[in-house]
Design a protein around this ligand. Structure first.
Ligand code: CP3
Length: 349
């Protein structure tokens, strides 16, 4: 496996000392960049993901432009489900859409095990191409069982997750069978990305914040725990992230990732009070702040860094993904400011 001895990102994931605060941005690949729009071409994002040269290029673009400390694979959380033939499309501007949503026991047959070399060879080829080119670690990823389940059950992006919650609460045996299959899908996909050369992984439970602590703990946490436990032998840092998760942050941390992603609603100091002083955090500039005047952005970046209080276990990121119409010049200034920030506290004389 390729190692990156000077990687600030990997050092921060382990809470070890390093020269500068590492930065990458969720949804940095394939969003606001003009060079992305130039190469993307028509068709669905799933078609673009099926083309390894194109996907590798899109992954590299933000690393080249911004000098991020890590790359995130250009792919999508619905790729494994689509690859096993569940029937998922991704509609531009909307997100994943499922023609025949998951509704009953017979739908379990549509979730056969993933064979990465046969079902997602293009993803593995993209990872291999990238590992040859990159001088910073590549982050692979998967959707967490709950967030993927929500797309398969709702059939389209949802605000209320009513069908998902109805199944979760009303049909516990079917929920367990579905979630267990989605655990396997995530584990097999993540292991294949790591074996192909990804140096870290992130589990996106983007919509877990829709759950009460009790429901999260009972119906979701056990499955996310299984995902992280199944990766333990591989010795790569793992990141666990969701949006609106303040109230369940300490429960999510029990799933066992190396790093906890924090959205912008919880200041990093408060997150460490909830998770413990040694916790390793990723985040958490509000992506909407990027639309405010430069001085406001600068102040908000400073506040995130001050909240971290020189802790070596911090990876700077947005509190959620880059919004599509973000001006890349703003992110250039953000990264520059983070990299210039003195990570080590001044020596006491
Ligand atoms: O972070 C990156 O830059 C890498 C690529 C990436 C994409 N999706 C590309 C993408 C990653 C890590 C994802 C993960 C993903 N996909 C998540 C978890 C992250 C999060 O945002 O919380 C979720 C919930 C999805 C499902 C999904 N796919 C959504 C909600 C959308 C957005 C629809 C839209 O257009 O606003 C997609 C489509 C998608 N995935 C796009 C990209 C660049 C945009 C569509 C396109 O370019 O055709």
């Amino acid at each position: 496996m390729t190692s990156y001895p000077d990687s600030a990102f990997l050092a921060a994931c382990r809470g070890e000392p390093h020269a500068h605060t590492p930065v990458w941005f969720m949804r940095q690949a394939g969003r606001s960049l003009p060079e992305y729009r130039k190469v993307r071409g028509p068709g669905s994002i799933l078609e673009a993901i099926a083309n390894p040269e194109l996907s590798a290029e899109i992954t590299l673009q933000p690393v080249r432009r911004y000098g991020t400390d890590a790359a995130i694979l250009y792919s999508d959380i619905v790729v494994p489900a689509q690859a096993i033939g569940f029937g998922v499309e991704v509609q531009p501007g909307l997100g994943p859409v499922v023609a025949q949503p998951f509704a009953s026991e017979s739908d379990l047959q549509r979730l056969r095990p993933l064979d990465p070399e046969a079902d997602t060879p293009h993803v593995l080829e993209t990872v291999r191409l990238l590992v040859e080119e990159l001088t910073v670690p590549l982050i692979g990823f998967a959707g967490a069982p709950f967030t993927v389940a929500s797309y398969l059950i709702e059939g389209a992006p949802s605000r209320t997750y009513t069908r998902t919650k109805a199944l979760m609460l009303g049909q516990p045996a079917l929920w367990d069978a579905l979630m267990s299959r989605l655990v396997d899908l995530a584990v097999v996909s993540l292991r294949s990305q790591i074996n192909a050369g990804a140096a870290a992984i992130q589990l996106f439970d983007s919509w877990a914040g829709a759950l009460s602590p009790k429901d999260y703990q009972t119906h979701v946490l056990p499955y996310s725990k299984r995902v992280f436990a199944a990766l333990e032998d591989l010795d790569v840092p793992t990141i666990h992230f969701g949006v609106g998760t303040g109230e369940i942050l300490s429960l999510m941390a029990q799933a066992g990732s190396t790093v906890m992603g924090v959205d912008w609603r919880v200041p990093l100091g408060e997150a460490r009070r909830r998770l413990g002083p040694e916790s390793i955090l990723q985040g958490n500039l509000d992506p909407a702040v990027c639309f405010a005047p430069p001085a406001v952005v600068e102040q908000a970046v400073t506040e995130v860094l001050e909240q971290n209080d020189h802790h070596p276990g911090h990876i700077f990121n947005l509190g959620h993904g880059v919004m599509p119409d973000t001006d890349p010049a703003v992110l250039e200034r953000v990264i520059d400011q983070v990299h210039r920030f003195p990570l080590n506290p001044p020596a006491v004389s």
